[in-house]
Design a protein around this ligand. Structure first.
Ligand code: DGL
Length: 270
C-alpha cells in the first residue's frame, strides 16, 4: 500500500483525459497534475527540446513526493520511448504501450490509423510498436498540428465549425485505407472524441490514449501493491506554468469537477 499521490504530466489540458479516467477507476487516489501550459504545444518542437522540458517537469513532480509518474503525453512518451523512467526512483509509465495494446486488440481488419502530433508521427513510435505486436497490420499515421492549439483555446465542442473543418481535412488522409481503428495518439485529442466520432460516422474504434494510459497506471500500481488505502475521495492539485484561470475554467468544463487548487509555477524555477 502507498498513500502518496499519483503524479500526472502533460504539456497542457490533454493530460486531463488521463485524470478523468483515473478519477473514475481509482477514486481514492490523490492526484498531482503538472501542465506545462507556458510551453504548450510540445508537438511541433525538436526531440532534444521535448526531452529537456520533460525532464524539468518530471523532476518537479518527483520533488512533490509522488509515488509514480504517468506521462500523459503522447509526444513525450514517443520521444523518451523506453527511457521514460531512466534515472528515476519511482515507476514511470507513458501512453504508448497501453494505447497500442488497446488498438491491436480492437482491430478486426488489421488496418490501423493514428492521429498525433508531428513529433509523435515523426518518431515512428506508434508504428514500430504496432508492427512488433501485430506484424501483419497496415498502419497509416497523420500529424494534426492544429488540434492542440484548438483544444487549448477551448474549441473542443463537437459542433464547433472551425475544428470540424480542420478535422475533416486531416481525416481525409485515411480515405481508401479501410481503417477500422483510429488511435487518438495525443492526449489532447480525446477532448475531440465526439467530434471525430461524428465525422467518421461512428464507424471506427477510437482509441483514447489518455484513458488507456490511466488503465496502464492502475495495472502498474496493482502489480506493485502500491494502491492507496484511503477510504475517501482523493484530492487533486494542479500546477501550471501559465495563467491559472484559463486552465481552471477549461479544465472544469472537461472534467466536470471544480479545479479549486491550481498553482502557477515559474518556468525559471523548474
Ligand atoms: N497531449 C500532448 C500529446 O499527447 C500534446 C503535445 C503538444 O503539446 O503538442 O502529445
Amino acid at each position: 500500500m502507498d498513500n502518496r499521490p499519483i503524479g500526472v504530466f502533460d504539456s497542457g489540458l490533454g493530460g486531463l483525459t488521463a485524470v478523468r479516467e483515473l478519477r473514475r477507476i481509482l477514486p481514492g487516489e490523490d492526484i498531482i497534475f503538472f501542465g506545462d501550459t507556458g510551453r504548450v504545444p510540445y508537438g511541433s518542437r525538436s526531440p532534444h527540446i521535448i526531452k529537456e522540458y520533460a525532464k524539468q517537469c518530471m523532476d518537479f513532480l518527483e520533488k512533490q513526493d509522488v509515488k509514480m509518474i504517468l506521462v500523459a503525453c503522447g509526444t513525450v512518451s514517443s520521444v523518451l520511448g523506453e527511457k521514460i523512467g531512466e534515472g528515476r526512483k519511482i515507476p514511470c509509465i507513458g501512453v504508448l504501450e497501453p494505447t497500442v495494446k488497446a488498438a491491436v486488440s480492437a482491430t478486426k481488419n488489421k488496418n490501423i490509423g493514428l492521429i498525433a502530433t508531428m513529433a509523435t508521427v515523426a518518431s515512428g513510435s506508434y508504428e514500430k510498436l504496432t508492427a512488433k505486436l501485430m506484424p501483419e497490420a497496415n498502419f497509416t499515421g497523420k500529424g494534426c498540428p492544429l488540434f492542440v492549439p484548438l483544444v487549448e483555446n477551448g474549441y473542443f465542442a463537437s459542433d464547433c465549425e472551425v475544428t470540424r473543418l480542420v478535422a475533416k481535412d486531416y481525416l481525409s488522409a485515411f480515405e481508401g485505407k479501410d481503417i477500422d481503428t483510429l488511435i487518438l495518439g495525443c492526449t489532447h485529442y480525446p477532448l475531440l472524441y465526439n467530434l471525430i466520432d461524428s465525422i467518421t460516422e461512428y464507424k471506427l474504434n477510437l482509441i483514447d490514449s489518455g484513458k488507456e494510459a490511466a488503465l496502464g497506471a492502475k495495472a502498474l500500481l496493482e502489480e506493485r501493491d502500491m494502491l492507496s488505502g484511503w477510504r475517501k475521495i482523493g484530492g487533486m492539485k494542479f500546477f501550471v506554468t501559465d495563467k491559472e484561470e484559463g486552465f481552471a475554467k477549461l479544465g472544469k468544463e472537461f472534467l466536470g469537477e471544480e479545479l479549486s487548487d491550481v498553482t502557477r509555477v515559474e518556468i525559471e524555477e523548474l
